[in-house]
Design a protein around this ligand. Structure first.
Ligand code: NDP
Length: 258
């Protein structure tokens, strides 16, 4: 129970990686606020945590909207005391060639992935700095470290998350707060299932073949599980990880060549 006196806010905590992160932080004793736009999903995760003996709340919030973030953080502080650990996990993806990339979709992706990470961090960091302890983990991607065809908006947004991570890590370095990123390859979640559907639609492949295209990007020839990503996030949040700051922890089975 290495996080028993800590309060965590997990954005995008209603399903996929975020739900696994919420479970994993709770398993170390953290009180957890689970945030996203879909109330039924965050209610379900928070109820599950409560049933299994943790203190948890669901907080409906769109990370692209500053006023919703402010009221979400205020609500978490009222219910659970404060925010010591922020996991910026909420994220969206889509694919398009550059010539067909719309400005509207570009801005939608940046609003959630980049601006959402900025706004949530700006709302939670001052309290962490005042108290002299905090952890921020940004869920970036291997797309933060290199390029691939048809994901310029997503990849640029995740590069931005990584740059943001490194800068804020330096601002917080002397104050007991660490700021890191995790960079997973393809994970078996709804987001990846949407990518599989797009590959099937564009290429005529069947589902198995489309999944295999994504598996091949990992030398272990598989998709990661949400629990594996959650484990990496948990490690960065532990008290013993105080010296790890401004890093990008890559989970891709050994595939990234930087
Ligand atoms: P999912 O689509 O399964 O879950 C995304 C979560 O983010 C949902 O809870 C969703 O809830 C929430 N979310 C989306 N938009 C907003 C918003 N505007 N405000 C608040 N919450 C929002 O995706 P994953 O679990 O796969 O992805 C989680 C993170 O991991 C993302 O940042 C993604 O980019 C990153 N990632 C994923 C990889 C993968 O292969 N799956 C690989 C590398 C990184 P709701 O829609 O209800 O708001």
């Amino acid at each position: 129970m290495r996080l028993s006196d800590r309060v965590a806010l997990v954005t995008g905590g209603g399903r996929g990686i975020g739900a696994a992160v919420a479970r994993s932080l709770a398993s170390e004793g953290a009180r957890v606020a689970v945030a996203s736009r879909t109330l039924t999903e965050i209610d379900e995760v928070a109820s599950e945590l409560t049933r299994t003996g943790s203190q948890a709340v669901a907080v409906q919030c769109d990370v692209g909207r500053p006023e919703e973030i402010a009221s979400a953080v205020a609500h978490v502080s009222e219910e659970l005391g404060r925010v010591d650990i922020l996991i910026n996990n909420a994220g969206i993806a889509s694919s398009a060639s550059l010539s067909s990339q719309s400005l509207q979709e570009w801005e939608r992706i940046f609003r959630v992935n980049v601006t959402g990470t900025f706004l949530c961090t700006q709302a939670c960091l001052p309290g962490m700095l005042e108290r002299g302890w905090g952890r921020v983990v940004n869920v970036a991607s291997v797309a933060a470290l290199g390029g691939a065809k048809y994901i310029s908006a997503y990849s640029a947004s995740k590069h931005a998350v990584l740059g943001f991570t490194r800068c804020v890590a330096l601002e917080a370095a002397s104050r007991g707060v660490t700021v890191n990123s995790v960079c997973p390859g393809y994970v078996d979640t709804d987001l990846t299932r949407a990518s599989v559907a797009r590959i099937m639609e564009k290429t005529g492949m069947n589902e198995g073949q489309a999944v295999q295209v994504l598996c091949k990007t990992n030398p272990q020839n598989r998709l990661l599980t949400s629990e594996e990503v959650a484990h990496a996030v948990l490690v960065l949040c532990l008290p013993e990880s105080a010296g790890i700051n401004g890093q990008a922890l890559v989970l891709d089975g050994g595939g990234f060549v930087g």
